[in-house]
Each structure stands twice: as structure tokens, then as C-alpha cells.
Design a binder for this molecule. Structure first.
Ligand SMILES: *Cc1c(COP(=O)(O)O)cnc(C)c1O
Length: 254
């Protein structure tokens, strides 16, 4: 079966979001980030023409390639692992970068803060989220443990005046699957961060810190559990085809 047209798929997601919010009596707005990694500029343009303005990319080079080819009123969210040596390029080449959702160290926060400070093309603080990960004892490369969220959030608020702490983000488990406990835990971390900042006189009341959680497979549940920012890719743009890193093996001989 062919994929649905992007505009139709987008409308479906928006109406499912609305239903999920109504079901759970959620009245706060929920932002849809259309995750366009691996998809061509034409696909993003189609979503843009259907009214979508917020797009998420995982790879720096892809965002640098696409942003200049698309309208300037798009709000770009960076949602992948950001290497320190790419920070300057992201900040300076994407003036409409709205948010980096994946800050997972004080070092990265400091780099971003410096880059925004040094770049004269940007006059507003850059919104960032602390990326949380549930390692459950497994090895995980990116994201901070729940116990470290408060310290990283506090560091951003106290030491990074060019950044605005927008909230907390998770992709769920290291393998990108989510469980309800992940959503509950992220909300608990958000509350702990909010209480800490309030205690220091630095708040941001609790309700203003966002929760970025929920993807194609679980965004309705995430909304029911308090998400304010969901990141949906394949349900809007169709399944992703990754380019193989090496040539495919030759087919078996008949
Ligand atoms: C790819 C990706 C998504 C979207 O995943 P889908 O399952 O295609 O909706 C969301 N968040 C992050 C961080 C991603 O890398």
C-alpha cells in the first residue's frame, strides 16, 4: 500500500492529538514536531504547505542542508546527538533554530551558550531541553540519568544566560521504545527540576517547564501523560529508508 499523502497524514496526527488531549482533559497546548530526518526537502515543503511550521532533525549536516532551502519561518528543533565540534555550525547556519532538545552535559550547554553569545545574528536566547534517558542498568551513550537532571538544569539556568531552559526530553529507552514508566519518570524529573529552581528563587513555575516525549508509536499516550511537545516522524512522512553503509551483499546464487 502506498503511503498516505503527507498533508492527509499530518491532519490525521493533529486530530489524534486533539482526541488524546480531550480524552485526558488536557488543556495545555501540545506542539507537534514533524521529524523529517532522511526525508527530502520536497517532503518538508509539502508538510509546510499543509500548515506545519515546526520540524525536527537528528543529523547536523541534514539540517544545514535543508534549512536554507526552506522558508525562514520554520522553527527547527535539533533532536539528535550534538557533538561539541558541530555546535558553532548549527547556531550560525540555522538562524531559525528554535530549540536544541538534546542537551546532555554541562560541557554541551556551555558550548551552546558561548556559540549563541558569539553569533551576532541571534538576539534571543536559544531554547534547550535536558535530555533524560532511562538506562535501567544498560549502557547508554547519550542523555543524563534521572538523578543528574536537576544539576544539569540548574547549571543551565545559573550559568548559561544565552540559553532558556524550556523543559525535559526523552526518547524513552536506549532502543527508542517507551514505557509508561518512562513518561511518569520524566514528569517526576520535571517536577524535581521545577522545585529545585523555585527553591533557589530561579523559577519558572512548574507548569512552564515542558515535557518532550512521545513518537509515532506512543504520542497519544504521551499526551495523556502530560507531553507538551511530541516528535512524530514516520506517521507523517512514511517509513524511513536508511542508506546502507556498505554495498548490499550480492544475492545468493540460485
Ligand atoms: C526519529 C525520531 C523520532 C520520530 O520517530 P518516529 O517513530 O518515526 O515517529 C522522534 N524523536 C527522535 C529523537 C528521533 O530520533
Amino acid at each position: 500500500m502506498a503511503d498516505k499523502p503527507i498533508a492527509t497524514a499530518l491532519q490525521d496526527v493533529l486530530s489524534r492529538m486533539k482526541q488524546a488531549a480531550e480524552k485526558a482533559n488536557r488543556t495545555h497546548p501540545v506542539r507537534l514536531v514533524a521529524v523529517s530526518k532522511t526525508k527530502p526537502v520536497e517532503a518538508l515543503q509539502e508538510a509546510y504547505e499543509a500548515g506545519q511550521r515546526v520540524f525536527g532533525e537528528n543529523y547536523v549536516q541534514e539540517m544545514l542542508d535543508k534549512a536554507p532551502a526552506l522558508p525562514a519561518d520554520i522553527q527547527w528543533h535539533f533532536i539528535g546527538h550534538l557533538q561539541s565540534n558541530k555546535v558553532k555550525a548549527v547556531v550560525e547556519s540555522v538562524p531559525n533554530l528554535a530549540m536544541v532538545e538534546t542537551v546532555d552535559s554541562t560541557k554541551l550547554a556551555d558550548k551552546l551558550n558561548k556559540a549563541v553569545e558569539a553569533y551576532s545574528g541571534r538576539t534571543t536566547p536559544l531554547a534547550v531541553m535536558v535530555q533524560w534517558v532511562n538506562t535501567s542498568g544498560e549502557e547508554s551513550k547519550y542523555g543524563v540519568e534521572p538523578s543528574e537532571c536537576v544539576a544539569l538544569a540548574r547549571h543551565i539556568v545559573q550559568n548559561c544566560p544565552k540559553l532558556r531552559l524550556a523543559g525535559l526530553m526523552t526518547i524513552g529507552m536506549p532502543d527508542y521504545s517507551s514505557r509508561p514508566e518512562n513518561f511518569t519518570c520524566l514528569a517526576a524529573c520535571r517536577d524535581a527540576v521545577a522545585a529545585d529552581l523555585l527553591g533557589l528563587g530561579l523559577a519558572d513555575p512548574a507548569h512552564s517547564l515542558e515535557l518532550s516525549m512521545g513518537m509515532s508509536g506512543d504520542f497519544e499516550q504521551a499526551i495523556e501523560m502530560g507531553a507538551t511537545n511530541i516528535r512524530v516522524g514516520s506517521t507523517i512522512f512514511g517509513a524511513r529508508e536508511y542508506k546502507p553503509k556498505s554495498p548490499p551483499a550480492s544475492p545468493p546464487k540460485q
